[in-house]
Design a protein around this ligand. Structure first.
Ligand code: LAN
Length: 756
C-alpha cells in the first residue's frame, strides 16, 4: 500500500477534516472555507488499489474506496474489480484453441469472470475529455466535498492522459490538444488541489497560452468558466431560456432538437439567464490569472464571444447564428428581457428540469446535463434541498476507476447494451444450449428482465418525451431513455434465450408486445430509424449549432446502425409471433431495408455515426440486407458492401479504421495497424452477406485467434466508438463480444475449419 501523508496543518485548520484520520479528508474543503486560508489541499501520490470495489446494485454502478481494514476483509475484490483496476488476475493459461469455437470458449471463460452480480457486464465508458470537468466543476460550484481518494485518482487520470509532448488535453483521449480539453482539465486539476507550479501544470499552461488561452475556448467551456466566476458572463454566447416559451409549432422550437442538445440547453439557459456564479475562492482568483494570456481585469469579454482556436472549431458557427447571437447579446438581452418574461422562462425551464429529475430519480440523461442541473438546483434551492443532495449522490454513478485513475463515463454505464451483445455472441456461436454457459446466460436474462422499462414517463407530452414502455435504455432503467437500437438488441437477446429450451419465460408476451409497440413508433417517414426519437426537425437546424466542437448535434438523423437493429429485432419477433401487427411489421421492414439501400455510399460502404466508422455501419447494413434474403450472390447492394470491405482488408488479414473517417467522411487507416474490433465487424458483415469465398474470412479469423491471449482475453487497442462526428468514446467490451461473435459465426459456417 502506498503510504498516505496526513497533512497535519490541514487537519488542524479544517472543520470537516477529522484530526488524525484519513477518513474525512476532502480536497477542496479548505479552499471553500474562507476562514482556513492557509489550508492546503490533501492529495496523495495514489490510492491503494486493493481497496477499490465496484458496487453493482441492480445495474447501478458505484466505485467504493474502503478505508477500513475490516471492510476490506469482508468484501474481497472480485476478478471484475481487479480487471477494471488493471491489477493482476493471475489466471492460468487455458488449453490452446484448436479451432475458432475453442477460441470462443476460451473467450467466454474470461468474459464470464467480468459479469457483475446483477447479471450485466460493466466497463469503463470514457474517451471524451470534457465530462470529468462537468462533474468536478459542478461539485466545486455547489461546495460538494471531494474525497481525497477521488481527488487523488482524478489527478492521476488527467496526468496519465496529458499529451506526452505538449502536456495538454484534447476533445477525447486520442485527439490532439485543444483549448476545450486543456482549459477544462487544467481547471479540474486546480480544483482538486494540484498546485499551479507543479511542472505538469506549468507545461499545460504554456500550451494553453500558446493556443491563445481561455478566451479561445468554445462555448461550453466559456459557460463553465463563467459559472465558476473565472470568466465574465459577457464572453458566453447567448442561451436564452425564453426559447422554451415558443409555441410548439415554431419550426426551431427547442423540443424539436436532439435530446442531448435540448437537455444541455435547459440548464445552460437557466444559469446564463441568472448570470449565476459560484462563490469566489482563492483558487478561482488564481485561475483568472492562470488561464488567460491577457490581463484579466482588462479583458474585453464581449469582444471574445466568438473567439475560438481553429482546432476547437469543428463546426464553425453560421452567419445566421452569428447574426442571431449579435442581436440577442446587444439588443434582446439589454432591452427586451423584461422581468415577467425572464421569470416565466426561468420557471418553465426549472419545471422541465424537475420533470427530468423525477423521471430519472435525479440521475438525468447523461454526464453533461446531470452536473449542469445540479448547479441549477443549487442556485435556486440552496445546498440542503433534497434534489441537490440526491443529485450529488447520483453523480457517483458517472465515475469509473481504472489503472490510470478516476474518469467520468459518457453515460451511467453500458449495461443493457453490452449485456445484449454478450447474449447474442453466445447464440451466434451456437452455445446457448451448452450447460456450461447456462448460469451466465440466465443471469444476463434476469438482468434484462429487471431492466425493461415498464411505464412511459409521467407527463410524457408535457416534457416532450418519446413513448418508451416495454423498451430498454442503453445503460439502465433508472436512466430510462429508450433508444431504438438498444430496445432492439435487448429484445432480440430476450427472445433468443426465452426460445431456447431450458430457459424460463421471464418476460411474458404482453411485455414483448409492449417493446414491439414502442419499436414501431421509431420509423421515420423515409423508412429509416433514428436514435431516441424520430426527427422533429430537419438538418437545416444545424445552422443553429452553437457548440462549435461537435457536428450533427441539433436534431435526430437517420442511422443505418439503428435502422438495422430495428429490422433484425422485428424480423426475429415476426418469426415467433407471426400474427401480432403482422402487416405493419412487414411494411416497416420493407421500407427500412429500402432506405438502407439509398443510404449506401458510392464506394459501397455505409457511414457509421456511433462506431468507427464505415466498417461498423457496413456490418449492420449487410446484416439488414441479409435479413430479407439479400446477400452477396443475389443483391448488388450486398455485393458492393462486401467488395468495399474486402478492398480495405490489410496484408495481415485484419481491418483497421481510424477515427478520422468519422470526422471527414472518408475511410482512413489506423496508423497502428489492424484492430481486433474492426476485423471482427468486417468479418461479421461478410459472413452475414454470405460472401462465398472463405479465404479472406479465414485470414481475418486467424488474426483474431492470434491476438487472443492465453487466458482467453483480448487486449485493449484503439478507441472504437464516436458521437457527433468529432468525439470518440470507448467500448471496451467490444473487444470481447465482436471477436467472439465472428469466431462463433465462422465455426458454425465452416465447422471443419481449424484455421490455426
Ligand atoms: C450514446 C451511446 C450509445 C449510442 C448507441 C446506442 C450506440 C447508438 O446506436 C445510438 C446513440 C447512443 C444512445 C448514444 C448517443 C450519444 C451519447 C449518449 C452516447 C454516444 C454516449 C455519450 C453521448 C452523449 C451525447 C455525451 C454527452 C455529450 C453531449 C454532446 C451532450
Amino acid at each position: 500500500m502506498v503510504r498516505r501523508k496526513i497533512n497535519a496543518e490541514a487537519a488542524d485548520s479544517d472543520p470537516i477534516l477529522e484530526k488524525g484520520s484519513t477518513r474525512k479528508r476532502f480536497s477542496n474543503a479548505g479552499d471553500l472555507d474562507h476562514a482556513a486560508k492557509k489550508q492546503r489541499p490533501v492529495l496523495e501520490e495514489r490510492t491503494d488499489y486493493s481497496r477499490w470495489r465496484m458496487r453493482d446494485d441492480h445495474g447501478r454502478q458505484t466505485w467504493r474506496y474502503l478505508e477500513d481494514d475490516e471492510a476490506v476483509k469482508d468484501w474481497p475484490q472480485t476478478y471484475a474489480d481487479k480487471y477494471f483496476l488493471g491489477l493482476p488476475l493471475d489466471l492460468p493459461d487455458l488449453p490452446k484453441p484448436k479451432n475458432p469455437l475453442d477460441a470462443v470458449r476460451n473467450g467466454l471463460e474470461f468474459f464470464e469472470k467480468l459479469q457483475l452480480p446483477s447479471g450485466h457486464w460493466g466497463c469503463e465508458y470514457g474517451g471524451p475529455m470534457f465530462l470529468l470537468p462537468c462533474i468536478v466543476i459542478s461539485w466545486y460550484a455547489t461546495k460538494t466535498p471531494i474525497p481525497w481518494y477521488y481527488a487523488t485518482e482524478i489527478k492521476n487520470y488527467l496526468f496519465a492522459r496529458a499529451h506526452p509532448e505538449d502536456g495538454g488535453w484534447g476533445l477525447h483521449i486520442e485527439g490532439e490538444t485543444s483549448v476545450f480539453g486543456t482549459v477544462l482539465n487544467y481547471t479540474v486539476l486546480r480544483l482538486v488541489g494540484v498546485d499551479a507550479d507543479h511542472p505538469k501544470m506549468v507545461k499545460a499552461r504554456a500550451t494553453l497560452h500558446s493556443l491563445g488561452g481561455a478566451t479561445h475556448a468554445p462555448h461550453w467551456a466559456k459557460w463553465w468558466l463563467a459559472v465558476l466566476g473565472v470568466a465574465h458572463w459577457d464572453i458566453v454566447n447567448p442561451v436564452p431560456p425564453e426559447l422554451w416559451l415558443l409555441p410548439d409549432w415554431v419550426p426551431f422550437a427547442p423540443w424539436r432538437w436532439w435530446i442531448h442538445i435540448r437537455m444541455v440547453f435547459l440548464p445552460m439557459s437557466y444559469l446564463w439567464s441568472r448570470r449565476w456564479t459560484a462563490e469566489e475562492t482563492d483558487t478561482i482568483r488564481s485561475l483568472r490569472k492562470e488561464l488567460f494570456v491577457e490581463d484579466w481585469a482588462r479583458i474585453d469579454w464581449a469582444a471574445h464571444r466568438n473567439t475560438i482556436h481553429p482546432r476547437d472549431n469543428y463546426h464553425p458557427k453560421t452567419w445566421l447564428l452569428n447574426t442571431i447571437n449579435w442581436f440577442l447579446a446587444n439588443i434582446w438581452r439589454p432591452y427586451f428581457r423584461v422581468k415577467p418574461l425572464v421569470d416565466k422562462a426561468e420557471d418553465w425551464v426549472m419545471k422541465l428540469i424537475e420533470m427530468e429529475n423525477e423521471n430519472t430519480d435525479h440521475l438525468d440523461l447523461a454526464t453533461v446535463s446531470g452536473p449542469m442541473n445540479l448547479v441549477c438546483l443549487y442556485a435556486r434551492d440552496g445546498p440542503d434541498s433534497y434534489a441537490v443532495r440526491r443529485h450529488k449522490e447520483r453523480s457517483d454513478e458517472f465515475l469509473w476507476v481504472k489503472d490510470e485513475g478516476l474518469l467520468a463515463n459518457g453515460t451511467n454505464g453500458v449495461q443493457c447494451w453490452d449485456t445484449a451483445f454478450a447474449i447474442q455472441t453466445v447464440m451466434d456461436a451456437g452455445l446457448t444450449q451448452d450447460p456450461r454457459w447456462r448460469p451466465m446466460l440466465l443471469r444476463a436474462l434476469e438482468f434484462l428482465d429487471d431492466q425493461q422499462i415498464r411505464e412511459n414517463v409521467k407527463d410524457q407530452d408535457k416534457c416532450y418525451r418519446q413513448q418508451r414502455k416495454g423498451g430498454w435504455a442503453f445503460s439502465n432503467k433508472d436512466q430510462g431513455y429508450a433508444v431504438s437500437d438498444c430496445v432492439s438488441e435487448a429484445l432480440k437477446s430476450v427472445i433468443i434465450l426465452q426460445k431456447t429450451p431450458g430457459f424460463p419465460t421471464l418476460i411474458d408476451d404482453r411485455r414483448i408486445f409492449d417493446a414491439i409497440d414502442t419499436l414501431l413508433t421509431y420509423q421515420n417517414p423515409n423508412g429509416s430509424c433514428s436514435s431516441y426519437e424520430p426527427p422533429r426537425a430537419g438538418p437545416w437546424m444545424e445552422m443553429l449549432n452553437a457548440a462549435e466542437v461537435f457536428g450533427q448535434i441539433m436534431v435526430e438523423y437517420e442511422y443505418p446502425e439503428c435502422t438495422t437493429a430495428v429490422v433484425t429485432a422485428l424480423s426475429l419477433f415476426h418469426k415467433h409471433w407471426p400474427e401480432y401487427r403482422a402487416l405493419e411489421i412487414e411494411r416497416f421492414i420493407e421500407r427500412a431495408v429500402a432506405w438502407i439501400k439509398t443510404n449506401q455510399r458510392p464506394h459501397g460502404g455505409w457511414y457509421g455515426s456511433w462506431g468507427i466508422c464505415f466498417t461498423y455501419a457496413t456490418m449492420f447494413a449487410l446484416e439488414s440486407l441479409a435479413s430479407t434474403g439479400e446477400t452477396y450472390e443475389n443483391s448488388s447492394h450486398s455485393k458492393r458492401g462486401c467488395d468495399f470491405l474486402l478492398s480495405k482488408q490489410r496484408e495481415d488479414g485484419g481491418w483497421s479504421e481510424h477515427y478520422k473517417a468519422c470526422e471527414t467522411g472518408e475511410y482512413f487507416e489506423h496508423p497502428t495497424g489492424s484492430q481486433v474490433v474492426m476485423t471482427a465487424w468486417a468479418l461479421i458483415g461478410l459472413m452475414k452477406a454470405n460472401y462465398p469465398d472463405k479465404t479472406p474470412i479465414r485470414r481475418g479469423i486467424k488474426l483474431l485467434m492470434e491476438r487472443q491471449q492465453p487466458n482467453g482475453e483480448w487486449l485493449q487497442e484503439a478507441i472504437e466508438g464516436v458521437f457527433n462526428k468529432s468525439c470518440m468514446i470507448s467500448y471496451p467490451n467490444y473487444k470481447f463480444t465482436f471477436p467472439m461473435k465472428a469466431l462463433g459465426m465462422f465455426a458454425r459456417k465452416y465447422p471443419d475449419e481449424t484455421v490455426v
